[in-house]
Design a protein. Structure first.
Length: 386
């Protein structure tokens, strides 16, 4: 008697938006043996055709509706921030899973509708926060969970980046409240806000200020922000973020746990793999230079995006594996809602001069369980081919 194994499933993917970040999605999906990219779409027909030809994709279209007729399993959203909702709602209505670029949206109500639509349709919604897949990021998460750091009680985050006027002027939607939804918080520091909430848990209160120091002739949104964030566990974090820095100083995030141990990661130059620059555990401190000599600090956006492709690949692989296994992806729409809520609270606090309160915070001395006890750790996807 012979038996035949069930043929492995092939996932049909459509890419919405053929701008700069679409390269990362195309590379990531193309690296998977059980995925076929069957179409791309963009409101600019020439750009859609050029992308399809360059990547060997059979269909170049100009609307999401057309794309959804191709029998898709996954829609990958690479459009400007405020347009995410329209694409996600259409995909959900068609019963198609969605992987969306960050931020999930620019308005909380929009993000909530996206999450609800996907839940009601029984499809998965993932949002790209690929920096969680850095080995250094995962090492810190593990050190919290296994007690090396223990519950995170203090954090410092510095996002000090360079952006030239050309960055804001190359796309008409950049740097406006209507089309970009915000400045450094919405477009850059949202990644580090995601890491903060992943490490420290639910937020109780946000107090912040925003300003525009250098790019006022080119943008109407903030180029700089500071915030103090208190978590329901009693933990506290400070955040400073700016695109008015030259040369680029990169990104540093330090976590101190209840054991007294500390760990810090650095992304310098911007777009490079986050690396552990401080490991202070027990009686020893191991350090690496935050700003090594001879490194070019100001990096073009295309290089930044290109260097992040390996981690896009890991998150895309995780998303496809979740669909295969009938589980949630490592980073869901609900996770992305948390980061959006925090950064919008910084804007609100700056506008009113008052802190924005989410929930009560435990007193700092209280004996409470781990702040992230209910949060699932990232899986470690198998090595991505390609």
């Amino acid at each position: 008697m012979t038996s035949s194994a069930t043929a492995p499933r092939t996932f049909r993917v459509g890419i919405v938006g053929c701008g700069a970040i679409s390269r990362n999605h195309l590379e990531a999906f193309r690296a998977l043996h059980n995925v076929r990219i069957v179409g791309v779409c963009d409101v600019d027909a020439d750009r859609a055709r050029a992308t399809a030809e360059a990547w060997g994709v059979p269909n170049a279209l100009t609307s999401v509706e057309e794309l959804l007729t191709l029998g898709l399993d996954i829609v990958s959203v690479c459009t400007p921030h405020p347009t995410h909702e329209e694409v996600v709602l259409k995909a959900a209505a068609a019963g198609v899973n969605v992987l969306c670029e960050k931020p999930i949206a620019t308005k909380l109500e929009s993000a909530e509708r996206m999450v609800a639509a996907c839940e009601n349709a029984g499809v998965q919604l993932g949002v790209l926060f690929q920096r969680r897949f850095w080995p250094a990021s995962q090492k810190i998460r593990t050190a919290i969970d296994d007690g090396t750091l223990g519950r995170a009680i203090m954090a410092q985050c510095s996002v000090m980046l360079h952006r030239a006027p050309e960055y804001y002027n190359r796309d008409a939607w950049r740097g406006t409240w209507e089309s970009d939804g915000g400045g450094v918080l919405m477009s850059q520091a949202v990644h580090q806000i995601d890491l903060l909430q992943w490490y420290l848990g639910d937020v109780a209160e946000v107090y912040g200020k925003v300003n525009t120091y250098r790019h006022g002739d080119d943008i109407e949104v903030e180029d700089s922000a500071t915030a103090v964030i208190t978590f329901t566990s009693g933990a506290m974090a400070t955040l400073q973020a700016s695109t008015a820095v030259s040369p680029n100083l990169g990104i540093q995030l330090r976590i101190t746990g209840e054991t007294g141990a500390s760990a810090s990661l650095t992304e310098f130059p911007e777009g490079s793999d986050g690396r552990m620059d401080l490991w202070a555990v027990g009686e020893r401190i191991v350090v690496e230079p935050v700003h090594p000599e001879g490194v070019e600090p100001n990096v073009d956006l295309s290089i930044i995006n290109g260097q992040l492709i390996p981690f896009h690949k890991l998150q895309v692989q995780d998303f496809v594996q979740a669909l295969e296994n009938g589980t949630e992806p490592a980073i869901t729409g609900k996770d992305a809602l948390i980061s959006l809520r925090i950064l919008l609270a910084v804007y609100e606090s700056s506008r009113t001069g008052e802190p924005v309160r989410f929930a009560p915070a435990h007193p700092a001395h209280a004996a409470i369980p781990s702040a992230r006890a209910a949060i699932k750790p990232l899986r470690s996807p198998e090595k991505v081919a390609g």
